[in-house]
Write a protein that binds this ligand. Structure first.
Ligand code: C2E
Ligand code: MG
Ligand code: MG
Ligand code: MG
Length: 291
């Protein structure tokens, strides 16, 4: 049939990557998938890093790795331009493993330079639930024997955790036994009930940037953010706000009890090579320090 035809076109040696469901996706998006696979082989992906800080202490906590595609013709592409095409496919696992390996390489280099930071990477649901995931993680640390696993944090979408709460919880616990931490990304945008939140062993909740944006003007957003912050305190979890763009965002968050932040108001995502100098030169916001 047609799916088979597309798969054959893609080359026999690659067929194992795709099951029947994926063939259907490949039919629609075959070209993009092929290009993304080629980009991976040709080393066209690159990790940018965006700092995370404690505003009250004026301390850099670490950075989140964010993937970019250095496209030969189209320039630097953000994940929105290519991730949706592969999220339903096995390719997201190959790409995720590449991100993990690169992030550990960078982390090793920074630890060798004396930087004591936590690096976060985003993990796609399909990747986390892949049967090889924990073994791949162990292999990554085995390849970097000096690395402290508690310096790696995995960000998973709140919505992803709901797909199979039992398995997600089990995998999270296995990773945490190694020392790796977990953050629930874009928190508040999914539909997770508080029962799920109670069951999930996430170390950190990451408040979605859509609630932060209008926190000064929208009383409902303010109530949501305050609610999440209080919840994390009661559940003994850490909390961080994403999308902190202004001094006022930070001041209000500090008043509400959220000290940790990430956003353009602190730093934009930057190439890996720029991060050590950024950390050395960063001048914490003086108003934030007064809290
Ligand atoms: P995310 O994990 O929630 O990452 C935060 C996104 O918000 C990033 O976009 C970041 O550049 C952007 N951002 C940070 N601070 C601000 C701010 O103050 N204002 C605004 N407006 N935006 C801000 P980016 O890099 O385009 O990534 C988008 C999403 O793509 C990420 O959302 C994450 O879900 C996904 N992603 C990125 N890298 C990876 C990866 O390596 N693997 C996987 N599976 N997903 C990734
Ligand atoms: Mg994230
Ligand atoms: Mg997020
Ligand atoms: Mg997001």
């Amino acid at each position: 049939d047609q799916a088979m035809y597309v798969a054959k076109q893609r080359g026999k040696n690659r067929y194992h990557l795709f099951d029947q469901e994926l063939d259907r996706i490949a039919l629609i998006r075959g070209e993009t998938l092929t290009q993304i696979e080629a980009a991976l082989l040709n080393n066209q992906f690159v990790l940018y890093f965006q700092p995370k800080v404690n505003m009250r202490l004026g301390k850099v906590l670490g950075a989140e790795a964010l993937i970019r595609w250095q496209h030969p013709e189209r320039g630097l592409l953000s994940p929105a331009a290519f991730l949706p095409d592969i999220e339903g496919t096995e390719l997201v696992i190959a790409l995720g493993n590449w991100v993990l390996a690169r992030a550990l390489d960078h982390l090793q280099k920074w630890q060798d330079m004396g930087l004591n930071i936590v690096i976060s990477i985003n993990i796609a649901p399909r990747h986390l639930l892949h049967h090889d995931f924990v073994d791949t993680l162990k292999a990554g640390f085995a390849a970097h024997p000096q690395l402290r696993p508690h310096c790696l944090e995995l960000e998973i979408l709140e919505t992803a955790a709901l797909e199979d709460i039992g398995r997600v919880t089990a995998v999270m616990k296995e990773c945490q036994k190694l020392g790796v931490g977990f953050a629930l990304d874009d928190f508040g945008t999914g539909y997770s009930s508080l029962t799920y939140l109670k069951a999930l062993p996430a170390d950190t909740l990451k408040i979605d940037q859509s609630f932060i944006r209008d926190i000064l003007g929208d009383p409902e957003d303010l109530a949501i953010v305050a609610g999440i912050i209080n919840l994390t305190a009661a559940f003994h979890r850490q909390v961080i706000a994403e999308g902190v763009e202004t001094e006022e965002h930070g001041l209000l968050l500090l008043k509400l009890g959220c000290d940790n932040a990430q956003g353009y108001g602190i730093a934009r995502p930057m190439p890996a090579g720029d991060l050590p100098r950024w950390i050395t030169n960063w001048l914490p916001n003086q108003e934030w320090l007064k809290n």
